[in-house]
Ligand binder design. Structure first.
Ligand code: ADP
Length: 431
């Protein structure tokens, strides 16, 4: 898939995801309003029911009074006679219990003309009760047009919100799950793409690297087959040695590729031996002096570790050191200037390979130890390689219970620090 197609797909998926989020928010808002409306209606019905019940009870009483022929009954009666406060309270309580509202409301019966409250159950919200949306006239019971029953719910919105809370949490969880799986899928696709590009680069590099020794061997073999050369022992030896050294180069390259495959699988078995790390450093540095001299550079050691006996697989640790020194040479633009030093602390012998080469950016430092990862240096400093050297370094040190650290600044150089644990286990030493 091309980057353009992938970006279009990513954009489409992102827009869809945002659409789903917007729809979800819209539906939750809608549900909130519906619930609120439903609650308002239920409260209205409950208030009417309360007043009807009082009316029913009053009618019986009035009938009794009428039977007794009491004159001007309406004028003489007080509102508390018609609407007994205790009865009102108990009826409101009962009705609201059915609505699952047991607390958090205040009510009062008040005179709309002079705003005087005549009864009720209120403490904090007198003003709010007088302006509440929930008001019912008590016309049918007492002096039409003047008295109203009013109820105020200070936590109405919170109550409705709590009713929807479970659903909102559920939809948030599902949305987060969808967003996360979307993000993981996109990330995996990009990683796969990067990985496949790295593999293609690797195959191209490998083919290129293998082509040179193969063609050199071919030319040298052709020369050996010529009669005048096979009679000349000196020239025969020269071509034979070219074939040998190119063959060795090929072998090393194949070995490197195989090693990385084995490390990737995690099948490496270490042959641990107690080792003087300083000796190992001297030995490895020696092998590079010829190349350094050729490039008119310098490779010096500064070995100051007090604890220098470590338990390691010598073959692999030499390779690790060689990889680091080889890179320090490869990635120096001018004559390489390399220092291999050692120190030790309570737990580790630390070997540092420092160069003044091209350095590595912070972004690349995050990926540098991954298999097949190579920094794209462009045309400025196009160095050949497979991108498996530092992966090997990382894995081998990890298998030893150690680690590798990197400090680097582009244009200034790099310092790779190998941490080898000072393991004082009894192991064979054949130094
Ligand atoms: P290779 O050298 O074969 O490409 P490595 O795994 O050894 O593979 O290194 C990975 C990348 O890290 C290299 O492509 C290079 O860009 C960068 N690198 C490694 N060592 C150095 C160094 N000493 N200075 C600058 N860049 C380095």
């Amino acid at each position: 898939m091309t980057v353009k197609k992938l970006n279009v797909l990513l954009f489409a998926a992102l827009v869809s995801l945002l659409g789903v989020v917007a729809m979800q928010v819209y539906w939750v808002q809608n549900a909130f309003h519906l619930k609120e409306e439903q609650f308002n209606k239920s409260v209205g019905i409950a208030m009417k029911t309360v007043l009807n019940r009082i009316l029913e009870l009053n009618t019986d009483e009035n009938l009794r009074r009428i039977a007794l022929r009491e004159p001007c009954m309406n004028e003489k009666t007080k509102i508390t006679d018609v609407i007994p406060p205790r009865l009102l309270d108990s009826l409101i309580r009962t009705e609201f219990k059915c609505l699952k509202v047991t607390k958090g409301y205040e009510y009062a019966v008040f005179n709309k003309v002079n705003k005087r409250i005549v009864m009720g159950n209120y403490t904090h919200y007198t003003k709010e009760i007088l302006q509440s949306d929930f008001q019912q006239s008590v016309d049918a019971l007492y002096k039409p047009g003047s008295y109203f029953l009013s109820i105020y719910f200070p936590q109405k919105k919170a109550g409705v919100f709590m009713q929807l809370f479970g659903w909102m949490v559920l939809s948030a969880i599902f949305l987060i799950a969808v967003a996360m799986s979307f993000w993981l899928t996109i990330r995996t696709v990009y990683q796969q793409k990067k990985w496949s590009e790295m593999k293609t680069d690797f195959i191209n590099n490998m083919t290129h690297e293998f082509k040179t020794p193969i063609s050199t061997i071919g030319v040298a073999s052709e020369m050996l087959l010529k009669d005048e050369i096979s009679k000349d022992i000196a020239r025969t030896k020269k071509y034979a040695s070219v074939i040998l050294s190119e063959n060795l180069r090929l072998q090393n390259q194949v070995e490197q590729v195989l090693q990385s495959a084995i490390l990737e699988k995690g099948d490496v078995k270490l042959r641990l031996k107690s080792t003087d790390i300083h000796k190992l450093i001297h030995q490895t540095v020696e092998n590079f002096q010829f190349r350094i001299n050729e490039k008119k550079g310098s490779l010096v050691t500064s070995l100051e570790a007090h604890d220098y006996m470590v338990v390691v697989d010598r073959h692999h640790i030499i390779n690790v050191l060689a990889n680091l020194i080889d890179n320090a040479i490869k990635y120096s633009v001018n004559a390489p200037s390399i220092v291999v030093s050692s120190t030790s602390n309570k737990h580790h012998a630390i070997v540092r390979v420092a160069d003044e080469g091209i350095g590595i950016s912070k972004e690349d430092q995050k990926h540098i130890f991954k298999n097949l990862y190579r920094v794209h240096t462009g045309d400025v400093h196009d160095v050949k390689g497979f991108g498996i050297g530092l992966f090997y370094v990382y894995k081998i040190l990890e298998l030893h219970g150690g680690r590798i650290e990197l400090e680097s600044e582009p244009g200034k150089g790099s310092v790779f620090s190998m941490y080898l644990p000072l393991n004082h286990l009894t192991t064979t030493s054949d130094e």
